[in-house]
Design a binder for this molecule. Structure first.
Ligand code: BGC
Length: 475
């Protein structure tokens, strides 16, 4: 990352137009803990985390940040930070322990209090209905490989909408269905740990169907807020001019980006190149009715951006970051390295200009069908100590955030490469260091350091940076 990429607070503040949302994002399973409190049922992730070797160093999500008991302290932190909005997720198994049947009033009450407290603190809630914690009984019935999970998801969404529909400003149906299908069902490195490669595609389709049905359910409940989805997107490039690299890169772009965005925004799945068509056969006989259900009008589209991807044909050796899943070595392509970029704690390339490029690509692809956008997640982990007696000087994170937000704002400003994209806001992933899925507590993404022994919260330098940006912008 070059220094000029990381815009100063003054430059960023100047470019933020009044009404642009600055926020932070989180997910229930990563922060709440209290997995057996208040009648919550187990999720796919509770079970996955217990499998030997599934989580780095056997870290347990049982307590996480103890946000369930420390929500007041965390809201106070956000109030001090000066964010306009907090993107939280509801835990489906806390609200509906079996994933079907009775609703757990205590679970609803927890989020009811949380939402009211946020509003009282002047922070607008953006609520994600599904951030990966599928109720375990549904997972035992096949999870997202099964059509009925989509129907159950819509019923749970209706229950949440009925209770919170008057106070939630934005609803996000799903977070990154690609991650669930790919990491969870295709490669087996996330819950539920299935290793189905392309046979995992029904898990993509049923999540998308769940999205469509949930949008219908929210609208039927008459929610006051805007409705959208959060998809992960990465610009994909071939590693060379070789035809096979080009073909594999196109195929990866479908698997990663277009299988999720095309049906939502255009109402059909992308047409794969002939040579790789058999990989996508699970999507070949989808009914028009399903596609119509998935293709609901949306008020906004959420983009989670972390890194671009470079694809090379041939089997990888499993060493480049991103290829760590052993199932990856069974595929005829792999992720190639980006030696030109610095990397994050996860080894992901720090490539902020690709965020502007991505926004351009989305507009080129979807044109008038692209709703106004939020960047619903952007952030990075860097090596940081488990315990700290004083401030955490995370200048890498400040540079990361300043350059990514800077590129997004510059690209969408008049004269920018994506000037025709309406960008509504930017959410930092994330407020607190938390349970980073299969990486346990080994990767820290927070603006606030969490000591996982004492649960003490210590704002990092990036917290004060984001706070100063919030203060400096025009109102
Ligand atoms: C997910 C988050 C996760 C972050 C960093 C995103 O894909 O939505 O839950 O913590 O990436 O890995």
């Amino acid at each position: 990352m070059t220094v000029q990429d990381a815009a100063t607070v003054g430059e960023l503040a100047e470019r933020i137009r009044p009404g642009f949302t600055l926020g932070v994002a989180s997910a229930a399973f990563q922060i709440e803990g209290s997995l057996t409190a208040d009648g919550r049922g187990p999720s796919s992730w509770d079970a996955f985390a217990e499998k030997p070797g599934a989580i780095v160093d056997g870290h347990s999500p049982a307590v996480a940040c103890d946000h369930y008991n420390r929500a007041d302290e965390d809201i106070a932190l956000m109030q001090d930070l000066g964010v306009d909005s907090y993107r939280l997720s509801l835990s489906w198994p806390r609200i509906q322990p079996s994933g079907k049947g009775p609703i757990n009033q205590q679970g609803l009450d927890f989020y009811d209090r949380l939402i009211d407290k946020l509003l009282k603190a002047g922070i607008s809630p953006m609520v994600t209905l599904f951030h990966w914690d599928t109720p375990l009984p549904l997972e035992h019935d096949g999870g997202w490989l099964t059509r009925s999970t989509a129907e159950r998801f819509a019923e749970y969404s209706a229950a949440a909408a009925g209770r919170f529909g008057d106070r939630v400003a934005q609803w996000v149906t799903l977070n990154e269905p690609v991650s669930v299908a790919l990491q969870g069902y295709a490669l087996g490195v996330h819950a539920p740990g299935r290793r189905l490669l392309f046979d995992a595609l029904p898990a993509a389709h049923h999540q998308l169907l769940g999205h469509g049905l949930a949008v219908q359910a929210l609208r039927a409940e008459g929610v006051a807020g805007a409705i959208g989805v959060a998809n992960m997107h990465s610009p994909v490039r071939p590693a060379s001019k070789r035809l096979t690299d080009g073909l594999m890169s196109k195929a990866f772009d479908l698997v990663f980006n277009r299988v999720y965005a095309d049906p939502i925004l255009l109402g059909h799945y992308p047409k794969p190149p002939l040579q790789v068509r058999p990989w996508f056969r699970a999507l070949g006989n989808v009914s028009d009715e399903d596609l119509k259900t998935i293709h609901q009008p949306l008020d906004f589209y959420g983009v989670n951006y972390y890194y671009p991807v470079k694809i090379a044909s041939g089997r990888g050796d499993g060493t480049t970051p991103g290829n760590h899943a052993d199932m990856m070595t069974k595929l005829p392509f792999h992720l190639a390295a980006f030696p030109e970029y610095q990397s994050t704690g996860f080894g992901w390339p720090v490539a902020p200009e690709h965020l502007g490029i991505l926004l351009r690509e989305l507009k080129d692809r979807y044109g008038a069908a692209l709703p106004p956008l939020f960047i619903t997640e952007s952030g990075a982990s860097f090596p940081e100590p488990d315990h700290t007696a004083g401030p955490v000087h995370d200048s890498d994170r400040i540079d990361y955030l300043a350059s990514h937000l800077g590129h997004a704002l510059r690209a969408t400003a008049p004269g920018g490469i994506a000037h025709d994209v309406e960008l509504l806001g930017y959410y930092v992933w994330t407020l607190l260091d938390n349970f980073e899925w299969a990486a346990g507590y080994s990767q820290r993404f927070g603006l606030v350091h969490v000591d996982f022994d004492t649960l003490e919260r210590t704002p990092k330098d990036s917290f004060y940076w984001y706070k100063s940006l919030s203060r400096a912008r025009r109102s």
